[in-house]
Design a protein around this ligand. Structure first.
Ligand SMILES: Cc1cc2nc3c(=O)[nH]c(=O)nc-3n(C[C@H](O)[C@H](O)[C@H](O)COP(=O)(O)OP(=O)(O)OC[C@H]3O[C@@H](n4cnc5c(N)ncnc54)[C@H](O)[C@@H]3O)c2cc1C
Length: 182
């Protein structure tokens, strides 16, 4: 059997929908930030998350030298921010980083996590950063920016209740009442 190509791998992994986040850290007197979707929760005790960044990424280099970083989950109007921090500078875009734990917090994000750098692992051509959660910030309620099949998406209606609780140990979520016109 032929080994899968990078193109096939990207296409298949693109079927796994993710959110979009901006990872940020202090780099000397500056802030360095990049758009990521390789962000996942790892452990509940202790609270740990993981971010994977290309080895040559300037943000990866800065995190390696740092004591911590932040992950800022973008809301559905965060398209320009996602593009900007992916290296496509957006004309006239304004944003603000605020002091936070681990790394600076991106104002207006759906939520931010302040992380102490726990361990860095090699991961092929990427570096895996394990962060211990030191602070959480939740912004205004809203829907997330979603990445799927290589493109940005919106949830059709983020207020829709889930079909079932994803956590089998979580108490069941009562269904939204459905009203029929008579
Ligand atoms: C949806 C999506 C998901 C992605 N997921 C990942 C992933 O999981 N892992 C990965 O390695 N790559 C990912 N990328 C690609 C990654 O975002 C780019 O490679 C990015 O350029 C990071 O490279 P860098 O760390 O060298 O950052 P740079 O190229 O140095 O910075 C990225 C951009 O942010 C701007 N910027 C950085 N800091 C600041 C600041 N303080 N103020 C103003 N502007 C600033 C820079 O000018 C530049 O335009 C993703 C891209 C997209 C679109």
């Amino acid at each position: 059997m032929m080994a899968p190509s990078t193109k096939d791998f990207r296409r298949v992994m693109g079927l796994f929908a993710t959110g979009v986040a901006v990872v940020a850290t202090y780099d000397g007197g500056h802030i360095r930030a990049a758009t990521v979707n390789s962000f996942t929760s790892i452990s509940l005790n202790p609270l740990l998350v993981l971010v994977s960044l290309r080895e040559e990424s300037r943000t990866a280099e800065a995190i390696r030298r740092s004591e911590g970083f932040s992950v800022n989950i973008l809301r559905e109007d965060g398209l320009a921010l996602a593009n900007h921090f992916a290296g496509n500078a957006q004309e006239g875009l304004s944003f603000q980083f605020l002091p936070f734990s681990g790394g600076p917090r991106l104002a207006g994000a759906l939520a931010s996590l302040g992380l102490r750098l726990e361990t860095t692992y090699p991961g092929g051509d990427h570096l895996l950063f394990l962060g211990r959660v030191e602070a959480l910030h939740e912004g205004e309620p809203g829907g997330p920016l979603v990445f799927w099949k290589g493109g940005y998406r919106l949830l059709r209606d983020p207020s829709l209740s889930p079909l079932q609780a994803a956590d089998p140990f979580a108490p069941p979520i009562p269904p939204e009442p459905i009203y029929h016109e008579t």
